[in-house]
Design a protein around this ligand. Structure first.
Ligand SMILES: *Cc1c(COP(=O)(O)O)cnc(C)c1O
Length: 443
């Protein structure tokens, strides 16, 4: 993990300490408390979130920094548990491998979807039990499997006979869940092709697992990251139902279904600068009905898992950056273009900027005249910019080099994707607010 001089404000907490949390934050993924349900009977929209602590930290920052709002992430977690009662959450660590964030989620009862022994070790440092960590990556070497097993992990994703044979050898007796391929349709990032197998392969893979002395414990899907349609889950549930039925017929009765990640962030814009408005309520309805359907198909009781990444953290992280330059140039075809170059870009916090736009706020220029500019990061790489066929961004004409810029809803995939000094631009330091320690350590 890359990061510079973190200024941690909270120690990772042991799950038992969750008792000390305020009533509204206290929840359990298996049995949401009435308080959590009342508090979060639907997931708050970005404009309904209380971003007070986040904004205060952005305002207090005098240097560039990423700010994570732990209380906001906790509320998002509670809201998700209230929407999908009884579903166990395994946070997909790559979306935010920040110790304080992981510790906070562990304290609320979350487990982790890890993709390498290094992520497993980081998850264990939160104090979470190894049973709440699964190895969700279908890609792993013999050595990775052996190391995960040594660390206590007994649940492995798989999608091939070769991987099953390796798990049987290096993690004997473990549980495996087979990832079924999805089309990725409707998602900003499809995650198709590289992962998951056909329904027919899934029967072979889980059959081979059983023969090899592993427990064929379940199935998983991932409908693609920043999924924008409820239909993607409806389709995934149909293929899960078909595979379950065929497995049952062969005497294999899975005990859990992992519905994957893909739930969207709410506060980001598309490439043209239009708000993305994912039909979240409909997605939850499809998921709830889908779970009922799958329970009706399977001959044994089914538990459900979810591996959200961006949905839990995206809207609760923001970056305080600054203006490098607002400049105007003529292109070869003679048209004039305004460009806003920021101190931070694709390689130090805004990795997804070529596929979506983050909301920008210029706190020292609330009004005045605007220009329509293309937004870009500071490096000598042309990918380090908002999509150039996308929509321009309204930028106050008066901004000057050094003025602060707040970049919203970039709490997911910010730190993990930061390069170690591309062109000398180092990963940003980060700060956490809203944790259990009073005065969440504003910079
Ligand atoms: C990345 C990933 C996730 C999280 O995806 P999001 O779209 O951020 O929710 C979940 N599961 C697996 C296996 C992943 O690789």
């Amino acid at each position: 993990m890359t990061r510079t001089e973190p200024r941690p404000t909270t120690e990772p907490r042991h799950p038992a300490e969750a008792r000390e949390r305020p009533e509204h934050e206290r929840t359990n993924h298996r049995a949401p408390t009435a308080a959590a349900t009342v508090h979060a009977d639907r997931v708050p929209r970005p404009d309904q979130h209380d971003h007070g602590a986040l904004r205060a930290a952005l305002a207090a920052a005098t240097e560039d920094t990423v700010v994570y709002d732990l209380a906001g992430i906790g509320r998002q977690y509670a809201a998700l548990c209230a929407e999908l009662p009884g579903v166990a959450v395994r946070f997909a660590m790559k979306a935010c491998p920040v110790d304080e964030v992981l510790g906070h989620l562990a304290g609320l009862g979350s487990g982790f979807d890890a993709a390498s022994p290094q992520e497993i070790a980081q998850a264990l440092r939160t104090g979470v039990a190894p049973e709440l960590i699964h190895y969700g990556n279908t890609i792993k070497s013999d050595r990775n499997i052996a190391e995960a097993y040594r660390l206590g992990v007994r649940d492995f994703a798989t999608d091939s006979l070769e991987d099953v044979a390796a798990i049987a050898e290096h993690a004997p007796g473990s549980r495996v869940f087979c990832r079924i391929a999805t089309t990725g349709e409707g998602a900003l990032w499809g995650l198709s092709h590289k992962f998951g197998c056909s329904p027919e392969d899934a029967l072979r893979v889980l059959g081979a697992a059983r023969t090899a002395g592993l427990v064929p414990s379940g199935l998983s899907v991932h409908v693609g990251s920043q999924q924008m349609t409820a239909e993607a889950w409806a389709a995934a549930i149909e293929s899960l139902a078909a595979v379950l039925e065929a497995l049952n017929w062969r005497g294999i009765t899975p005990e859990r279904i992992n519905l994957g990640g893909g739930l969207p962030a709410l506060g980001v814009l598309d490439r043209r600068g239009r708000p993305l408005e994912p039909p979240l309520d409909k997605m939850f309805t499809v998921l709830r009905e889908g779970m009922e359907r799958l329970r009706a198909v399977n001959a044994a009781p089914l538990d459900f898992l979810l591996e959200p990444g961006r949905h839990l953290v995206a809207d609760h992280g923001a970056i305080r950056a600054h203006v490098a330059r607002l400049s105007s140039r003529h292109r070869l075809d003679g048209t004039r273009e305004d460009w806003l170059y920021l101190s931070c870009g694709k390689f130090n916090g805004l990795y997804e900027m070529d596929q979506l736009q983050y909301r920008l706020e210029f706190p020292t220029h609330p009004g005045g005249q605007f220009v329509n500019a293309v937004v870009a990061g500071p490096t000598c790489d042309s990918d380090d910019a908002y999509a150039q066929d996308g929509g321009p961004v309204r930028v106050p004409r008066a901004v000057a080099s050094g003025d602060p810029v707040w970049i919203h809803s970039c709490g997911a995939y910010a730190t993990a994707y930061a390069t170690q000094g591309f062109n000398g631009f180092a990963p940003l330091p980060y700060t956490c607010v809203g944790g259990p320690v009073p005065d969440g350590g504003h910079p």
